[in-house]
Design a protein around this ligand. Sequence first.
Ligand SMILES: *[C@@H]1O[C@H](CO)[C@@H](O)[C@H](O)[C@H]1NC(C)=O
Ligand SMILES: *[C@@H]1O[C@H](CO)[C@@H](O)[C@H](O)[C@H]1NC(C)=O
Ligand SMILES: *[C@@H]1O[C@H](CO)[C@@H](O)[C@H](O)[C@H]1NC(C)=O
Ligand SMILES: *[C@@H]1O[C@H](CO)[C@@H](O)[C@H](O)[C@H]1NC(C)=O
Ligand SMILES: *[C@@H]1O[C@H](CO)[C@@H](O)[C@H](O)[C@H]1NC(C)=O
Ligand SMILES: *[C@@H]1O[C@H](CO)[C@@H](O)[C@H](O)[C@H]1NC(C)=O
Length: 528
Amino acid sequence: MMLRVTLLLLVVTAALARMNVLFLVSDDMRPELSIFKGKDFPSPVHPPMHSPNLDALARRSLLLKRAHVQQAVCSPSRSSLLTGRRPDTTHVYDLQVYWRVVGGNFTTIPQYFKENGYRTIGSGKIFHPGHASNYNDPISWTDPYFESGKEANMFVYDYKAPVSWMNVPMDLLKNNSLQDTQNADFAIKMIREAAPQARSGERPFFIAQGFHKPHLAFVAPQMFFDMYPESSISLPANPYAPDKMPEIAWSNYITTELGKFVDIAKLNASGDINSTLPNDVILKLRRAYYSALSYTDYELGRVVKELENQGLANNTIISFWGDHGWQLGEHGEWCKHTDFEIATHAPMMVHVPGLTDNGIVTEELTEFVDLFPTLVEAAGLPALDLCPENSTNVLLCTEGNSLIPLITNPASPNWKKAVFSQYPRNENNGDQMGYSMTTDHYRYTEWVQFNSQPLYRPDWTQVFGVELYDHYQDPEENKNLAYDSAYSAIVAQLSKQLHAGWRAARPKWVGQQKDGISTNASVRLPGD
Ligand SMILES: *[C@@H]1O[C@H](CO)[C@@H](O)[C@H](O)[C@H]1NC(C)=O
Ligand SMILES: *[C@@H]1O[C@H](CO)[C@@H](O)[C@H](O)[C@H]1NC(C)=O
Ligand SMILES: *[C@@H]1O[C@H](CO)[C@@H](O)[C@H](O)[C@H]1NC(C)=O
Ligand SMILES: *[C@@H]1O[C@H](CO)[C@@H](O)[C@H](O)[C@H]1NC(C)=O
Ligand SMILES: *[C@@H]1O[C@H](CO)[C@@H](O)[C@H](O)[C@H]1NC(C)=O
Ligand SMILES: *[C@@H]1O[C@H](CO)[C@@H](O)[C@H](O)[C@H]1NC(C)=O
């Protein structure tokens, strides 16, 4: 009797204490934060970065130091993370199509919280806007979506003659706010509005705020440029394509993205392999990128602070991720659109009150599809099942793994052994796909023929290029070893592992839950 009463109390308390979620996103932010600095691979942090708010959040989070996106461009990456499924399941490889039309009517993270009684509010860039999400996926939200459009910046920025970067004088900001400032103001307002019901336990919230920076154009207030004196900025150490890189691995940064800015267009840069921009332009772009990153950090800090102001800090899960990495002249390359480490590696951290307060760093390999099951477990919602091979008609499932076990065991010998990304190319009159796998030691990529409808699967027999980089010897990926006969056995083994795919690389303990990996939290593993 006593026991039953205690259990009942526990259940009631748990229900009352249902945690809120603050879901923070940044656009094109590579993991160039002070907190990432370290001896481990990779730690591409220079110059000294000013990211005090993200660093502070990381110090009370599970910091996923080696998180990889499933495809290094906005809509495919976001559609994948938000549905917990990979591009070959969402069928989203570009910035146009909507997964509910081309993949299936898959439940998103905010939608699942909504279905579980949460108030879900979104602002800024969470989904890729426009057709790619049927205008921010109305199904996901209980409240009208808010977006301060790019018009917000028109007081200073001319979209008819767009420039790649701009430092905005501080006095112009007295009477005007930039887009991300306006979106942050909205998120703060919504936290205030949702706080009373969240505090009383009546209705928890899921508030999502997506920052547009540090995406091009790198527009940021002057005060952030002042944090990066020109003398502190250096050129990339490897302004050339990897030795023996197959041509298909390259993305022409002028035609994809950078060439639409008038200051870049007038340089007549080709965007070709082993060309890059003039040194003075590289330095200016790098400085502006860092400044835009620090501006994002500042706005994010204001939103996080509002949780404290409202007394909700100890009852709100916070996740942060940037949608993919970015090439700032490394390899002579710019933007994303590749399978290089620097494009697929992106920041991710998850704060779970009571579980991560002292900060946990893991260098295990993780994937963006892992966030959905993680937030579900952290909030105590019904766990997600592993998706079957064909999940077209399965509304709710996951192709990732909850990261919660890494909180108690951040160096687990049983965690996934490889993570997967992909990038399409449409050359040689057909569809090609670069399937890329990162292991602790290597990055291995095969560029192959891709069968789109109806299979959405690679044809491994038609190969257009192979890449192998040894991260122990060559963390910058400057030397493709795939065609070196000394590595043929390693290539054969990695090729087999790549073809076996993510299902074969799932953590050993899934479905077994052994070897002391279970956590304090009640863990029901997907697939159990
Ligand atoms: C997709 O799922 C949502 C939420 O359950 C539902 O409202 C909508 O009608 C579904 N759409 C289709 C095309 O089935
Ligand atoms: C800002 O607006 C106020 C009130 O409208 C005006 O007096 C002031 O001159 C403006 N300042 C700037 C820098 O435009
Ligand atoms: C690009 O430059 C690098 C470094 O000089 C060289 O190893 C590589 O072969 C070049 N690639 C092409 C396609 O010219
Ligand atoms: C770019 O090309 C245009 C047209 O050919 C020419 O007028 C201009 O001088 C070139 N600029 C540079 C930086 O080469
Ligand atoms: C959370 O903070 C509030 C306000 O500071 C406090 O009243 C409450 O007891 C705290 N709850 C937990 C679970 O620590
Ligand atoms: C997956 O299932 C859907 C719905 O039953 C079907 O239309 C589609 O052809 C299947 N895909 C494959 C590759 O079998």
